[in-house]
Design a protein around this ligand. Sequence first.
Ligand code: GLN
Length: 551
Amino acid sequence: MKKFIFVSGGVCSSLGKGVAASSLGALLEGRGLNVRMVKCDPYINVDAGTMSPYQHGEVYVTDDGAETDLDLGNYARFTSGRLSAANSITTGQVYESVIKKEREGRYLGRCVQVIPHITDEIKSRILAAAREDPDTDVVIVEIGGTVGDIESIPFLEAARQLIHESGRDNALSAHLTLIPEVAGGELKTKPTQHSVKAMQEQGIQPDVLICRAPVILDEDTRRKIALFTNIESDAVFTSYDVDTTIYEVPLVFFEQKLDQVVLKKLGVESRHADLKPWYSMMERFASRKGKVRIGIVGKYMDLHDAYKSIYEALFHASLECMVEVELVKIDSARLEEADDPGAVLGPEASGGGVDGILVPGGFGQRGINGMVQAAAWARRNGTPYFGICLGMQIMVIEWGRNVLRWKDADSTEFNPDTKYPVVSLLVDQIDVKDYGGTMRLGKSVSVAEPGTHILAAYNEKNISERHRHRYEFANRYRKEMAESGLRIAALTPDGSLVECVEWPDHPWGLGVQFHPEFKSKPTAASPLFRDFIAAVRDRKRAVIPVSERCV
Ligand code: GLN
């Protein structure tokens, strides 16, 4: 019998529901259970693929090419259960399929309604995700939004029905709320009481309460909350603010016995907890020495979530390389305004410049020339450079313009009339007019060439990573690019597409057409992020006199 945990939130948004749900997933995996994480998003978009990174943060891509909410990235970083299109359920998808069935006459003339038709569709999608992997023991369903939102009601009703149908031993509700601190340092429980009442009005009695608070709640406060919410006081937990990293949250919960209480409520016999990878990750966190500054040269710099997986992967690499990484966010348009990119990137810049440059993925023309300038500067100065998707295309454009002297070399995405379209559309993409889910998406294999940095990083010729792009390195320039020295470091297995380029005679200048950030974990960094940070660290240490080195 599969077990279900429904994670909801109250009081306000941005309390860290995704991190709380994922941390619980990590603890249950630590107890040897197979966990599947599902996100229910109340928005009406069918998927996150067409949403602006400015509005909604990054689009997280799964192996099977689903363009999903960035919360799935949290699941991937904390847990190891399968992630596919089935892990992401949106109101848009639910209505799309109900309306399709209605048009096909599959409701046999009945009036189609939110209850039961929409709620049944939600339930059947949750159950399908639970069934997809026969080994799944526990399904953790995170319900987006805040209790009381109009849009969340059908999802909460579906959760209520599933809890009822599964029986209290097989399903539970975990509710996350805020305990604010008012002037004078007093912690207030009233919003939490109201939030649980709002859940009860939906017909759901939370079994477990996770309170987001500045400090761990004392016994009296927990007892008071328990009394007013009908929850046992040993099932009231605190997600207190940690000053280390969000990846400590599983351990914060473990120390409060969250997993033990949950397993008991679900009737799963307690097993040995193995959290070694999490504890050793925290040891590495504490042993980091020295710091490197990484310039992220992109266009969505104002919203941290727009490059969430990239920033997290850099942090994972910092743990593995045991050096702190400081993110220096540089809007590429700013580089276009500067006469000399060195004034923004080099040692004379405020903060002392950057030790490495990462150009992440992106769409559209704005700021492209600034990225090309950053790449040129890194190539000429021997500064480690990591290009991801658009960042690899930038390397190709820069090489065309500055090494081959093709002045207007460009991608046809930015200049359709260029004389040198060194990055262009695949033939099968030329007529695409529909922007939802039509890119090269999801997992595929790249084959690394011998003697390359990419092969050294993965230590494996066949590399499986995920794609999300429309444009490609243009094959008609492959020969000239390679003959002039640009290393074609990985190809698709049939040799038809370039997947990685590297700069010759450079400490570490590499661009990949895929997105390695999606598979990086705090307990196992992406090999390319790890080697990039290692190259930055080693170069920095080598140029600092030994007597002044931190390590
Ligand atoms: N805009 C580029 C393309 O579509 C790069 C996309 C990306 O960086 N994800 O090919």
